[in-house]
Design a protein around this ligand. Structure first.
Ligand SMILES: [Zn+2]
Length: 105
């Protein structure tokens, strides 16, 4: 089975990118950047959990949806589509091309 794919915003640089697994950064450069600031990272994780009731990884997915497809975000708010349905839709449709384009620019 292929690994599940997500579109998230990089914790290091904020760019949306496509990821398999649970990475939170788009490159080794961003990974190092985040590593140098473990306290900020921990704080963000706490905020996501306490304020949004979701993991940091989940919050980064939400940030990517808001950034790339704010119209989709409204569908989640309205309860018309679930978070996972939106993510799948973004990856299926233009999500892939869009995320890749951002990641390489
Ligand atoms: Zn990055």
């Amino acid at each position: 089975m292929a690994a599940k794919c997500y579109i998230i915003r990089c914790l290091g640089c904020g760019r949306p990118f496509e990821v398999t697994g649970r990475k939170v950064t788009c490159s080794s450069r961003c990974r190092d950047k985040v590593k140098r600031n473990p306290e900020g990272n921990r704080l963000l994780g706490e905020l996501a959990k306490q304020r949004l009731g979701m993991s940091l990884f989940r919050a980064l997915q939400g940030a990517a949806i808001l950034f790339l497809r704010p119209d989709f975000a409204e569908l989640i708010d309205g309860g018309e589509l679930t978070f996972d349905e939106i993510q799948a839709l973004m990856i299926q449709s233009n999500g892939k091309a869009t995320a890749k384009g951002f990641a390489s620019s």
